[in-house]
Design a protein around this ligand. Structure first.
Ligand SMILES: NC(=O)c1ccc[n+]([C@@H]2O[C@H](COP(=O)([O-])OP(=O)(O)OC[C@H]3O[C@@H](n4cnc5c(N)ncnc54)[C@H](O)[C@@H]3O)[C@@H](O)[C@H]2O)c1
Length: 439
């Protein structure tokens, strides 16, 4: 019941956006939202439910199943997993669903409108391509695919086939991000001068393995064949925020990555730091480390007149800080602290982070302690995007730009990995450019 309210909350919010001054422009810059307005939900009230199947009943898959229990325009008709333990978890939630251990058999079922893919990254492209060929609508977890070639094949197939395809880039359905983008795009904070995103955790990223031959299957995130490591698992969400902010794709990337702490046989880096450069010189500084969590996760958009931390739903204004600084300088001059006002050399004031006042993007309580708490973290857009997909299974309406954004962010992650692997500056390759991209 609660979840349904959350979902409607986003729909009402989209409606409000539409009514606001410039709202039509907002929706045209975020056109994926127009497929799931409150009015459209009303239109499908009397339609048959979307018949969906879930492939990969692991951790994320079961999270989606929990969400599906409150999405009333969807019916879960089938479940598939190659690992019996996990299939059982799914079955417990939807005992009437048909069970499969081979997704290709599931795809033969004509009573399925759409499939939800929550399997390891290395399998995304194959299962998505097979599902589209079988005539199903598809919702696939991020990232898009394990390699650039796979991304391109999936994108081309999507363009050829008239089916709905969603990627679970939930920030695109998260109210605080949507409103934040709107405020940034309206120029409220002045020019965007840079982006600083990071994700710090302190955990080994391992799952317990009941027997050694299951290591690569269960801990797929740690091996290059099945995973793009921290880039595809974490950075994919954040790089997408940067391209949505600027409407542009960086032209090149360089960076370093290593395994510095979790030296346990894994193949993917546990420490990455990269710089993405846009053609106009602006930069994305991206860092991720999983052996220290002090800095938490932040998506900071740095603007000339303020800073927006979209992940927390908070913004800070430069002017809030300058008032204090100026007062301090004037007091110091008055008190004769300096013989002359220094314009260079030793600073009159240590350049530590100033006293910025947090302002909330949404009208809801905010918390800024330790950088871990976030406004509205419980509604991160995951339920809304899944609900929107189920709605699209009924209407056939695509979520415009969503696949393109998933393509761009996955490509940037894979290019980042290439830059770190080769220790070179990697330019965005021409063969993977699509007409959607602006550089
Ligand atoms: N959007 C997000 O915020 C978010 C969060 C967590 C995970 N994810 C994504 O969800 C996906 C799954 O992650 P997870 O943590 O649930 O992994 P997981 O290992 O817990 O679950 C994956 C499941 O897929 C099953 N599987 C593997 N190959 C299969 C196949 N060929 N056919 C059917 N089932 C198969 C596995 O047995 C397992 O049960 C990944 O792509 C991950 O990046 C996204």
């Amino acid at each position: 019941m609660m979840k349904e309210k959350v979902d409607l909350g986003l729909r009402q919010f989209i409606k409000q956006l539409g009514f606001m001054a410039g709202g039509a422009a907002v929706l045209s810059s975020m056109p994926w939202l127009t497929s799931c307005t409150a009015e459209k939900l009303d239109e499908i009230k009397s339609s048959p439910k979307a018949r969906v199947a879930l492939i990969g009943t692991g951790s994320r898959g079961c999270y989606h199943l929990t969400s599906l229990q409150s999405i009333h325009h969807a019916k879960v008709v089938a479940l598939c997993d190659i690992y019996p333990e996990n299939l059982k978890h799914g079955q417990e939630m939807f005992p009437d669903a048909k069970l499969y251990t081979d997704y290709r058999k599931l795809l033969e079922d004509k009573n399925i409108d759409g499939v939800i893919i929550a399997t390891p990254l290395g399998t995304h492209a194959r299962i998505t391509l097979d599902s589209l060929s079988a005539g199903k609508h598809v919702f696939c977890e991020k990232a898009m695919a394990r390699t650039m070639d796979e991304c391109k094949s999936v994108y081309d197939a999507y363009i050829r086939q008239n089916k709905v395809l969603y990627y679970c880039m939930q920030r695109m359905y998260d109210e605080k991000y949507i409103k934040g983008f709107q405020m940034i795009h309206s120029g409220e904070f002045g020019e965007v001068v840079g982006m600083r995103c990071h994700w710090f955790r302190n955990s080994d990223w391992r799952r317990p393995v009941p027997s050694p031959e299951l290591e690569r299957m269960i801990n797929w995130r740690l091996y290059k064949e099945s995973s793009g490591g921290l880039m595809t698992e974490l950075a994919s969400h954040q790089l997408e925020v940067c391209t949505l902010t600027t409407g542009k794709i960086p032209v090149e990337v360089s960076g370093f990555g290593d395994i510095i702490f979790w030296k346990d046989g894994r193949e993917v880096y546990d420490n990455c730091s990269l710089v993405y450069r846009f053609s106009d010189g602006r930069l994305i500084n991206y860092q991720t480390l999983i052996s220290n969590k002090y800095n938490g996760m932040e998506d900071q958009i740095l603007c000339h007149k303020g800073t927006v931390d979209l992940s927390k739903g908070i913004y800070y204004l430069e002017e809030d800080d300058q008032v204090d600084g100026m007062r301090q300088l004037l007091n110091q001059i008055r008190d004769g602290v300096f013989a002359a006002v220094p314009v260079a050399g030793p600073s009159w004031r240590p350049e530590v982070k100033g006293r910025y006042v947090p302002h909330a993007i949404l009208k809801s309580p905010i918390s800024v302690n330790s950088g871990q708490n976030m406004t509205g973290v419980e509604n991160d857009g995951s339920v809304e995007i899944l609900s929107a997909f189920c709605q699209s299974c009924i209407t056939g309406q695509k979520a415009e730009n969503l696949v393109e954004e998933a393509y761009c962010s996955t490509m940037l992650c894979l290019l980042g990995n290439k830059a770190m692997d080769t220790r070179t500056v990697v330019a965005f390759p021409d063969e993977y450019k699509i007409s959607y991209m602006k550089f």
